[in-house]
Structures are given as C-alpha cells and as structure tokens.
Unconditional design. Structure first.
Length: 296
C-alpha cells in the first residue's frame, strides 16, 4: 500500500474503536479519506499515524475544505471526527485547544434548522414516474416507502421481502409497523402510520419490485445485484443526485401528514410533535427540533 493509504488506514483503525452507529462510522471513514487525501496533496507526506497530526494540519485541512464549499455544519462534524481521533491517541490538549476551536478555525456558527422543504405531491409523482421511465422501479419504491412510512433511506434499503410482508400484516392489523433493520443507532421503533391506504400501496409496490429483482429493491443499472448494502446506498444516492432529488424531503412530507393527524385526534401541539419525533425515530425528547427542521 502507499503511504497515504497506510495513513488513512491508521485513521480508520482508531475511528473503529470509537463505536457509534454504522452511519456514524461511515461518516468518520469519509472524513478519514478526505483528510488523508488533502494532507498528502498539500505535501504533508510525513504523516504516518494519527499521533503525527498537529495543529497546522487541522488548519490546512479546514482551509482546503473551504475551497470545496461544504456547509459549516459539515465542516464542524468533520473536525469533530478528527478531534475524537486525537483524543483517542492521547492528544486531548490539542483536540480541546482554544486556538483550534471552531471559532478560531473560522467555522463557528451554523444552525440545525432544516434547509430542506417537504416534497410536494407534484414533485413526488414526477420523481416516481421518472424512475419508472428510466426502468429503475426500485428507486420509485424506495421513495414511496420514505414518503408513506416515514422511513430513512437506509431503512428502506434494508427492507427485504420478509420485512415487507410483515409490514403488510401489521398495517392491516392496527396501522402500525415495527422498523427493525437499518435504523439509526440500531434503535428499533414503531411507526403509527396515518395514511394506511397509501402506506399499504407503497409496501405492495415494493414487494412487486423485490419479486422481479431477486428479492432486492436496489440493483445496478445493468440489472446485476448490488455488492452489499453499502453499495446499494451509493447507487440510490447517486441516482437521486443525478435526478435532482432529495429523498429525505419525502420523509419531511410524511412528518407533516403525521403532525396533522395527531392534531386532528386532539393531541396538543407539544404532544403531537413528540409523537411525530417518535415515529421518525428521534425519540420523544426532540419535538422542538422536529418542529424547527421537519415542519418549517
């Protein structure tokens, strides 16, 4: 392996010890890849392990990343990944140094207020029809699952035929589904679906696609199976990006429908937001956050 590859591998090895959900681990690995690439491009080819990282490297990384124009929150998250690595290798003082704080590095501020808006009914129909025309029915099925069951993309991708059949039974029984696979942090949850008819149709559509595609919703464009869940996520996200789609906005539309339903049942605004937060998999303590992000 090259020196850069060795350095990246050493970063990933430390990150693997930090735990976290699979999505968090993947985000850290992306940061490791970006950091090692930018450091070697900048001429810091002496870096061989995380213990070699100094303040000048963090400053150089932020400077290089700013040229790529990521969001402030993205940069803050990436620096948090790198600081956690430094802390793990005994460089706590550097990780917490005032001169290397977000403010000192020029990446303070930012907000967790959502920038996405709920997908409109017209856009949803346009996107699903486009997927069908492109002979990508799995992409349309994933969008339907996100829109009508409130699933994250990763949860929808994890859905296999046995799960989909169970959801059919659960929707028929009491309008609730249990989401077990692909959840953030491995936390299963129950979703109280407000529009059972649309949810049932979405699940039936996904089942039909699975039957035609060897049991999977995501396959390669040439019809061959994806090489695992990680590649399946890349295929879905790449397709969505090429077509100008933000799949998560379908979940925003689901959240709004859920909120309206709870309010119509007589829930107070506070309790309705708590219930929506639980349906989305955020727990009951993030109602205010759901309001600021999902229902703007």
């Amino acid at each position: 392996m090259s020196r850069k590859t060795d350095f990246q591998a050493s970063l990933v090895a430390v990150m693997a010890r930090l735990g976290g959900s699979h999505l968090t681990r993947e985000a850290r690995e992306r940061t490791a890849a970006k950091f090692s690439t930018l450091m070697y491009e900048a001429g810091y080819t002496h870096l061989a392990s995380p213990a070699d990282i100094g303040g000048k490297h963090l400053r150089a990384y932020v400077s290089a990343r700013k040229e790529e124009s990521p969001g402030v929150r993205t940069l803050q998250n990436e620096l948090a990944h790198l600081r956690s690595v430094l802390e793990n290798v005994g460089k706590q003082a550097m990780a917490n140094a005032a001169e290397l704080s977000n403010e000192a590095l020029g990446i303070s501020g930012g907000t967790r207020l959502g920038t996405k808006t709920a997908m409109s009914s017209e856009d949803f129909q346009t996107f699903t029809e486009r997927a069908e025309r492109q002979n990508r029915p799995g992409m349309a099925a994933l969008l339907r699952l996100e829109r009508h069951l409130g699933l994250r993309g990763n949860e929808a991708i994890h859905a296999r035929e046995d799960t989909l059949r169970r959801w059919v039974r659960e929707l028929q029984a009491d309008g609730r589904i249990n989401v077990l696979a692909g959840t953030k942090g491995g936390r299963p949850r129950t979703v109280d679906v407000s529009d059972r008819a649309s949810a049932s149709a979405a699940v039936a559509s996904a089942l039909a696609v699975c039957a035609k595609q060897g049991g999977f919703l995501v396959i390669r464009a040439n019809g061959s199976p994806a090489g695992g869940l990680k590649q399946a996520r890349r295929i879905y996200h790449s397709w969505a990006h090429r077509n100008g789609i933000q799949p998560h906005s379908a979940r925003y539309a689901f959240a709004r429908d859920q909120l309206d339903e709870y309010l119509s049942r007589g829930y107070s605004s506070r309790e309705a937001l708590m219930a929506v937060s639980q349906d989305l998999g955020h727990g009951d303590g993030r109602g205010r956050w759901v309001k600021s992000v999902y229902t703007r």
